[in-house]
Design a binder for this molecule. Sequence first.
Ligand SMILES: NC(=O)c1ccc[n+]([C@@H]2O[C@H](COP(=O)([O-])OP(=O)(O)OC[C@H]3O[C@@H](n4cnc5c(N)ncnc54)[C@H](O)[C@@H]3O)[C@@H](O)[C@H]2O)c1
Length: 436
Amino acid sequence: MRIAVVGTGYVGLVAGACFAETGNEVVGADVDAGKIEGLQRNVLPIYEPGLEDLVERNQAARRLTFTTDVAGAIAASEVVFIAVGTPPDEDGSADLRHVLAVAEQIGTHMQREMVVVTKSTVPVGTAAKVAECVARHAKFPFHVVSNPEFLKEGAAIDDFMKPDRVVLGAETDHARSVMTELYAPFVRTGKPIIFMDIPSAEMTKYAANAMLATRISFMNEIAGLCERVGANVDLVRKGIGSDGRIGPAFLFPGPGYGGSCFPKDVKALIRTARETEFCLRVLDAVEAVNEEQKRVVAGKLRRALGEDLAGARVAVWGLAFKPNTDDMREAPALTLIDELVAAGAAAVVHDPVAMDEARRRLGDSVEYAANSYDALRDADALAVMTDWNEYRHPDFVRMKSALRRPVVVDGRNLYAPEKMASLGFRYYSIGRGARD
Ligand SMILES: NC(=O)c1ccc[n+]([C@@H]2O[C@H](COP(=O)([O-])OP(=O)(O)OC[C@H]3O[C@@H](n4cnc5c(N)ncnc54)[C@H](O)[C@@H]3O)[C@@H](O)[C@H]2O)c1
C-alpha cells in the first residue's frame, strides 16, 4: 500500500518505519526541514531503541522515504496518517491547529479515493472536524478513521510491531477493510483489532492514559502515607500487584509522571468534560497529586540539607522522563532543576542519552557532567530522577567518596535502604518506611 505519514515525530516515525518494514511504500512528511534532512541521512531526531536500524534498512530498500513536500506525499498515497503534535492549548484543551491544517492539505492535494487516519491523540469530535476540513476541498471520496496510538517511548518498536490491541474507529466497509489489511502483519499472534465507532476510539486513547496516570498518582499517595505510618510501598505494591484484578504494571511510585502524553492528555480530558459541564473529580485529583509529587524530591533534599538550599550543589542522575528515551517533555527532573536554581543551588546533571536535549532546554543554568560519577564530585547530595539501568548498580564506594556529603535522594527506589544505611549514606526514597 502507498502510505503517507504526516508528522515524523515519535509516533509518525515509528509508525512509518514499521509500516515500511511490512512491505508498504511509505513517505514520511514533515514541515521541519532539519528533521527531514537528517532522516534522509539516517540521522534520527530522537533516541528510540531499534529505530535507527529500521529506518536505515527501509530507506536502503526504498520502501521508506522522507520529504518536506507534504502535498506531494499526500498526492502519491492511498492512505494518509496524521501524526502531528497536539500540544495543550492555554486552557489545557488539545491544540488541533496542526491536525486541521494537515486535513485541509489532504482535501486539497488528494488524487484518488483515500483513507484519512488520525493517529495523533485528539479529543472526541476531532475526526468529524477533520472530515469537514477534507470535504471543503476534496474532489474524491474519502474515509476518516480514528486509530489512536498506544506505543510507549523506549519500547515503541516492540509496542507497534506487537501491540496488545489495535483500536480502530471506522464507519465504512472500505475503511475497515484497508485498515484490517494494513494491520494484519502486526496481529498474527491473535491480538485483537477492535473496531468501534469513531468517538469511542477517540475516547479510548484518553481513557487509557487517564487510567494509567490514575494508577501512578494513586500509588504516589499510598507511598506518602506509607512514609507516615512506617510501611514499605514496595511490599505493598507487590502485595496488590499480584492480585489478578489489579495487575503489576504502573504501580511504581516515583517523582510524578511526565512525558509528552499523560500530563497533556489528562488535562485535555478534564477540559473536554468541563465543556460538557461535567466534572472529572478523580482526574482533577490525579493531576493535583502529580503536581505535588513532582516537588517531593526537592522536599526531601531540604529535609536532608536544610530548608535553605542556597549554595548547595546537587547532582541529578536522569533527565529524561523515563529510561530509554531522550524525551524531556514535562520530565520531573525539570521541576527539580527549576526549584534548585530558584533556591540558589547548583545542579550538576547527567543522563545516558538526554544530554543534548538537556543543553537545548537548560542552556547554562546547570553544569553538565561527562559521566555519572563526575556529577557527584563535591556535591552535597545526589538526586536520582530516572530509572536508567546504568544507575541501578553503581559503585557505591566510589559514589560515597566523590560526594561531599553522603546524601542520596532516590526518586525511583533503585537501592536497598538497609544497604545504603550500612554503607554510611543518608538515604531517602519514596514511601519506604518512616520519614527522617
Ligand atoms: N510520544 C508518544 O509516546 C505518543 C504516544 C501515543 C500518541 N501520541 C500522540 O501522537 C501525536 C504526535 O506525538 P509525537 O510525540 O510524535 O509528537 P512530536 O512533537 O514528536 O512530532 C510531531 C511532528 O509533527 C510535525 N508537524 C507539525 N505540524 C505539521 C504539519 N502541518 N505538517 C507536517 N508536519 C507537521 C512536527 O514538525 C513534528 O516533527 C500527539 O497527538 C501525541 O499525543 C504520542
